[in-house]
Design a protein around this ligand. Structure first.
Ligand SMILES: Cc1ncc(COP(=O)(O)O)c(C=O)c1O
Length: 367
């Protein structure tokens, strides 16, 4: 078998005719920037997530930076985030002028609430949990910490479109969240794309201007802005994929269940929670990240058997990039980064392939 970690070509093939039609339609209309396809998409997503506003922007990194700026984060402030995340979480904080403060992940691979408490100083202004791998962190506790300490909450929900905690969607817990439409995401476009999510009128009113140079409909400029607009063509492509998004999530949860059923008897690996394990969480399985002390050997064994796997962020937590000035020591997260490996979970992998992958994992552990 030859099972790639992710099959980029297949993204186009599945709905090829619709994509060609959309391209022609938008081309003939000359509708490239901030047109109906974008506003339709924004409306559909905000309804789907039950979040008041969805604003299409260039990518999720921009979305985070726009959110932080709109929320008043800047020089002298500290923002706490989980070090098991993409560098984008930290760079969005850094480029506001604030200091990114990395803290530990917990056993669920998400921000550890106790570690947040320990990192709070008089300069802390906000907490930004990453809703990693399509799962939402224990937000009750995080919101409590924020309220007790007068802190804002922003979510890096780039990987969590439609993931829920106690029935509420990622991106709706604090002042706002983001979504990434990088092609390998659960909803991906054919390039870069992102979304700001917010229920806050003031944040919305600022970001709707800030994504387009600060310009209002009347041409007046009342706020410094960026150029970060989600392309109308990308929005058209996302509209095609989004029609089947419920089915996509269902399929991803099915694959996770299959992995769980096949692998949960192996003592040497730690699996993500199975989809129905805890009714507080509705996970969308952006990734299937397992832990094993023999991570590199297992990766090699799977590769020898034609199976592609991925080590998230190249196996380094954000605070381990010492050239960026981080000095924190976060032992749990560092161990997690050495032990984590992602198995293929996407819309092209078949049940038969998942069973084959599980058989090869078992053969590695001589089961
Ligand atoms: C957790 C997380 N945050 C932020 C980003 C940045 O998203 P984008 O590439 O759309 O800027 C990503 C993208 O992979 C991500 O996984």
């Amino acid at each position: 078998m030859d099972i790639p970690f992710f099959n980029y070509q297949a993204l186009f093939k599945e709905y090829e005719k619709s994509f060609v039609d959309i391209y022609k339609d938008i081309g003939h209309r000359g509708a490239y920037i901030m047109q109906n396809d974008l506003s339709d998409f924004e409306t559909k997503i905000s309804e789907y997530l039950n979040i008041r506003y969805a604003i299409g922007v260039g990518n999720a990194t921009d979305a985070l930076q726009l959110l932080l700026k709109a929320g008043g984060i800047g020089v002298g402030d500290e923002v706490i985030f989980c070090s098991h995340t993409m560098i984008a979480t930290a760079s969005a904080i850094k480029f506001t002028g604030a200091t990114p403060v990395p803290v530990e992940a917990g056993p669920d691979h998400l921000i550890d609430p106790q570690s947040i408490r320990s990192a709070i100083t008089s300069r802390t202004k906000a907490i930004m949990p990453t809703q990693l791998n399509g799962r939402v962190a224990e937000m009750d506790e995080i919101i409590n910490i924020a309220e007790e300490n007068g802190l804002q909450v922003y979510e890096d929900s780039a990987q969590a479109l439609g993931a829920k905690y106690k029935g509420k969607c990622a991106g709706s817990f604090g002042l706002g969240g983001c979504i990434s439409f990088y092609p390998a995401k659960t909803l991906g476009c054919f390039g870069d794309g992102g979304l700001v999510l917010t229920n806050d009128d003031e944040i919305y009113n600022k970001i709707i201007l800030m994504r387009d140079h600060g310009r209002g409909d009347d041409g007046n400029i009342s706020i410094w802005g960026y150029n970060s607009r989600l392309d109308n063509l990308q929005a058209g492509i996302l509209n095609v994929f989004f029609k089947d998004y419920d089915k996509t999530v269902e399929r991803r949860r099915q694959i996770a269940k299959l992995y769980h059923e096949n692998l949960n008897t192996i003592n040497n690996i730690v699996l993500p929670p199975s989809p129905d394990e805890n009714s507080n969480h509705f996970d969308i399985f952006q990734n299937y990240e397992i832990e094993t002390k023999k991570r590199d050997e297992l990766k090699q064994h799977l590769s020898n058997n034609g199976i592609g796997t991925l080590i998230q962020w190249g196996g380094k937590a954000v605070h381990e990039f010492r050239d960026l000035g981080f000095e924190q020591v976060l032992p749990f997260t560092e161990k997690l980064m050495r032990n984590s490996l992602m198995l293929p979970l996407n819309m092209t992998v078949t049940d038969e392939e998942v069973t084959y992958i599980c058989d090869k994992v078992k053969s590695f552990y001589k089961i």
